[in-house]
Design a protein around this ligand. Sequence first.
Ligand code: KIV
Length: 274
Amino acid sequence: MPNQQRPGRITVPAIRAMKGRAKIVSLTAYTAPVAALLDPHVDVLLVGDSVGMVVHGLPTPTAVTLEMMILHGQAVVRGSSRALVVIDLPFGSFEASPEQAFTSSVRVMQETGCQAVKIEAGEALAPTIAFLVQRGVPVMGHVGLRPQAVHIDGGFKAKGRTADERTRVLAEARAADEAGCFAIVVEGVAESLAAEITASVAAPTIGIGASSVCDGQILVSDDMLGMFERTPKFVRRYADIRSSVTAAAAQYAADVRAASFPGEAEVYRFKPQD
Ligand code: KIV
């Protein structure tokens, strides 16, 4: 097995037990070096299918494959030693049947060493979640704005504007909870709906664009690190990586063109005549 789960990681029951006690801190990670930097500071590292848009430049997450999730999942497990690692089941890898979801989950867990999978699920997928949990697969749910539903929804749209939509999202969260999710991501909903969901489910809620009433928070790390020109309303930027990379690349280009890089300090010389 390429990745063994190391002892000492935060466990699924430990995350579940944080509800009402301490806020759950979570960020996405897709590579080993970034996972290593984030690991000491977070409770959960999520290998989200946002990897498709963030790393691979895809327009939506729907083209992300199980193989991509496994490759990035292996890197994140290798790069971390403390946080619970959760990996998204991508579009098309779990919807056909509970058996398909189980086969995909087992591949993801066995080939990466992660501890849990995440499923974007409406009420219809509750039996699939129950099927997985009853067979030993810990599942994180994901309700509200579900990026994998981008084509059905006609875009990435916040949820809960109408009474019908609020009822539907609340029902999704309750169904995920009753099916056995150990935590539920709540994305892109108004604060009042996030509060209602958080109060009505036993599992901790992890909000993204769902206000501080949730039991924890998650952000796409590249968003909060300032990698992109556009920052969504619900993101706070904690760094300006984009400016740092741009400035570094410009300075490197100028130095190479001026022949001032490599300089004396960056050159190998083994003998005086070299
Ligand atoms: O894919 C992802 O990164 C996610 C988070 C934004 C919750 O689902």
